[in-house]
Write a protein that binds this ligand. Structure first.
Ligand code: CMP
Length: 158
């Protein structure tokens, strides 16, 4: 069982795609363990994009993610990190395959709608930037027995 950080970026909020994007994760059978709307602070943005500090697009990244409210989620499920990354599609809208979130909704390189942690290590680093431990809820989904096979459930502790 994994948890990953997903952020619907300011363009996703402004384009009123929040519901459609969240529905995709729910439809896949992933669980929402945390959810909030917030204005990203400069300090949070710097921490999130620490790895890109030396890149020429770093200043633009900070400006974009702090340009308006975002919706952040902790998404939980078996292999949730890899599944969410696949669901997002390629980083840049024009490269993203149809059927992915960016492939279906993003035409821009800079405005790419959504972020998701790219590894377990990143998720462990990124989730606490946006969520206090008590804001992440452990609970059983009512129909989880129809999302995972019973043997899978036992094995994976779903
Ligand atoms: P995200 O998945 O949020 O995390 C890092 C972001 O950097 C990525 O989305 C892109 O928005 C951005 N990014 C990566 N490479 C480039 C690039 N070459 N030019 C502009 N932005 C980039």
């Amino acid at each position: 069982m994994e948890r990953t950080l997903v952020i619907i970026k300011p363009d996703g909020v402004q384009r009123q795609l929040v519901g459609q994007i969240i529905s995709r994760f729910e439809n896949k059978g992933l669980k929402i363990a945390g959810l909030k709307m917030l204005q990203v602070t400069k300090a949070q943005a710097q921490k999130l994009y620490e790895a890109h500090k030396k890149k020429n697009f770093y200043a633009g990244l900070l400006k974009f993610i702090t340009a308006g409210p975002v919706v952040s989620l902790v998404i939980e499920g078996v292999q949730a990190i890899a599944i969410c990354r696949k669901m997002l599609g390629a980083t840049f809208g024009p490269d993203a395959d149809p059927g992915t979130i960016r492939g279906d909704f993003a035409a821009s390189i800079s405005y790419n709608l959504i972020h998701a942690s790219d590894s377990a290590e990143s998720a462990g680093y990124e989730i606490p930037i946006f969520f206090h431990p008590e804001e992440i809820i452990s609970y059983q989904l009512n129909d989880s027995k129809w999302i995972y096979h019973p043997e899978e459930e036992k094995e994976l502790g779903v």
